[in-house]
Design a protein around this ligand. Structure first.
Ligand SMILES: [Zn+2]
Ligand SMILES: [Zn+2]
Length: 262
């Protein structure tokens, strides 16, 4: 499975890095060139030709940082695709997209445009805990613990599975489901705030490095590579330092533009 990081932070910002400035983007992961997990960053990091190959967008939840470039993608694809792009999510997310974003006021309704018979987007409801075969991949959404209805995803290509936590605070169902997976290749786990911001993390329902370690321990698979993501750019240096001190064997903070073969 090929995972290309289009954006992996909890906000958009230019920050200083070791080798010059880093353009932090909100979350968007392109899998096997045709499946997108979250649409925080997509149009701004891909050539049109690459955007035309996207067949499916999985959304973890409705928060703006995870959907913000979905309107951009829709606009770019008008007249460019033969078949609509499938937007797959739990019902709360699909309803919210229609009501709050593609409502004719904030943005045109690309679930009906340019032609109701052949729109840019079609929606597909996902049932929590059930695997659906999409783009040749098994996709299982698992509800997690965030301030709005949110899922993490298990994404399986034949026997190889990767996990995306989605935005979450402490949770159990995700780790139970992932614990049952034989060949877990990687766990992408959110880590938004530094340890000294534990109270904010609790209220906003996100993880800190110490909480990430507790959550990962629930999985009981210490050999699985962990990629921390959704770091808030303002606290990036501090969070990375704390992650480095956790003693988790295969833990790295995900980098913008990185491509992983899993
Ligand atoms: Zn977020
Ligand atoms: Zn969120």
């Amino acid at each position: 499975m090929n995972v290309r990081v289009l954006g992996c932070h909890g906000s958009g910002q230019l920050v200083p890095g070791e080798n010059g400035p880093v353009q932090c983007g909100t979350c968007g992961f392109l899998i096997n060139e045709e499946l997108l997990v979250d649409a925080g960053t997509v149009g701004s990091r891909l050539y049109l030709e690459e955007q035309r190959r996207i067949r499916l967008v999985l959304l973890t939840h409705l928060h703006f940082d995870h959907i913000r470039e979905l309107p951009t993608l829709a606009d770019n694809l008008v007249g460019e695709i033969e078949e609509p792009v499938v937007i797959a999510a739990i019902p709360e997310v699909l309803d919210g997209l229609r009501r709050h974003i593609f409502n004719g006021t904030v943005y045109p309704d690309f679930f009906r445009l340019p032609d109701p018979v052949k729109p840019v987007f079609v929606s597909r409801e996902l049932l929590p805990g059930q695997e659906t075969l999409l783009c040749g991949l098994g996709v299982t959404p698992i509800p997690v613990n965030h301030v709005v209805p949110t899922v993490g995803f298990l994404i399986r290509e034949q026997r190889r599975t990767v996990l995306f936590s989605g935005d979450t605070y402490q949770t159990d169902a995700l780790w139970q489901a992932a614990g049952d997976v034989d060949a877990l290749q990687a766990a992408f786990i959110e880590c938004s705030f530094s340890d000294e911001m534990a109270e904010l993390a609790r209220v906003a329902k996100h993880l800190t490095p110490a909480l990430l370690a507790e959550e990962f321990a629930k999985l009981a698979k210490p050999e699985v590579p962990v990629y921390a993501y959704h770091l808030k750019p303002r606290f990036r240096a501090q969070i990375r330092q704390e992650l480095g001190g956790l003693g988790i064997r295969h833990l790295t903070a995900l980098e913008e533009g990185q491509t992983l073969v899993l």
